[in-house]
Design a protein around this ligand. Structure first.
Ligand code: PEP
Ligand code: MG
Length: 324
């Protein structure tokens, strides 16, 4: 098994008709990084920075954050490491920064928190930039964007920190900045968002929750939570088309990218990269290497005509089984 994984690690993630997709990993702790290296990740598509914040009993200092970020950046240099700015609120809480709300998923979450606390945002971005000195593989990603003004405000803060850090003598490049597409409002503003940033990445976990109005953690409504829902799939098709229409790369970093059937459909939609948990990398890569883009495109066209998430899932599973 290990030898098989190693052989797979060094093979490109491409279809039998030579269509390539970047295989990236989602990380939080260093253990994710180490496992993904043996599984052939080509970079980090989503580093959830709130994870190191969650295991502390106070906000980590700039120096502490710099150390966490440096480890992630070094492990993958020169390949890109995409760091999401702090995404707390919703289901992710810090004991030392309690947020009490009736509707946490519709409340003070992600970019909404950090734009209200620019000192937290700027300290984090400063630590990221200083950590990237000499590596220059840092990319910054903004969570929970639902208004263009949030992107503009964030970019303004990021540029400001960049100039300060340069003035302090750090020899760094301006990192690429991207936006997470995970709120339905963002789906209808892809061109406006893409015009302002370097890349987009779809968070299918939240996008599914918000499009279907189904709490992603509530077991009572779990049967209604389905990323193969036709509305989610139509949104995903549209996002990829609109991002490419303005020439910007777009990836997926939600769980759907780590599901073999989901990965095949996303590839057929034209997504440039798939970012997933370390454990999913080998199976997704081996599925993509076993099919052609043409086959996947036909499968996508067929399932887009269907109206039930369960039927769509069964069709995709069956097609993959028949494809061997
Ligand atoms: C998502 O929402 O799909 C995502 C990638 O982010 P998280 O699961 O951390 O909210
Ligand atoms: Mg999310």
């Amino acid at each position: 098994l290990i030898r098989g994984l190693e052989a797979l690690r060094d093979l490109p993630c491409e279809t039998t008709d030579h269509h390539r997709v970047s295989m990236l990993v989602n990380t939080g702790l260093m253990t994710d990084v180490l496992r993904s290296l043996t599984h052939g990740a080509e970079g980090i598509g989503l580093y959830r920075t709130e994870v190191p914040f969650m295991i502390k009993d106070r906000f980590p200092s700039e120096q502490e954050q710099r150390e966490y970020y440096r480890e992630q950046l070094e492990a993958f240099a020169p390949n890109p490491v995409t760091m999401r700015t702090l995404d707390i609120g919703g289901d992710k809480c810090l004991t030392y920064f309690p947020i009490q709300e009736e509707n946490p998923f519709l409340g003070w979450r992600g970019i909404r928190v950090t734009l209200d606390h620019p000192e937290i945002f700027q300290l984090q971005v400063r630590a990221m930039m200083k950590a990237s000195e000499g590596l220059n593989n840092l990319q910054i990603m903004l969570p929970m964007i639902s208004n263009i003004s949030e992107v503009e405000e964030s970019l303004h803060l990021i540029y400001r920190v960049y100039h300060e850090v340069r003035k302090d003598g750090y020899n760094i490049h301006m990192p690429k900045v991207g936006v997470l597409i995970e709120v339905p409002a963002a789906v209808y503003q892809i061109r406006e968002l893409a015009d302002r940033v370097d890349f987009l990445s779809v968070g299918t976990n939240d996008l599914t929750q918000y499009l279907l109005a189904v709490d992603r953690n509530n077991p009572r409504v779990a049967p209604l939570y389905h990323s193969y829902h036709p509305a989610v799939l139509q949104a995903l098709v549209r996002i990829a088309q609109d991002a490419h229409a303005v020439g910007k790369p777009v990836g997926v970093c939600g769980e759907l990218a780590g599901d073999p059937g989901g990965a095949v459909l996303l590839m057929a939609m034209g997504y440039d990269s798939l970012s997933m948990n370390a454990a999913s990398l080998p199976k997704v890569k081996s599925v993509i290497r076993s099919v052609s883009l043409e086959w996947a495109t036909n499968l996508l066209a067929d399932i887009l005509l269907l109206d039930s998430p369960h039927v769509i899932k069964s069709c995709v599973d069956l097609a993959l089984r028949n494809a061997g």
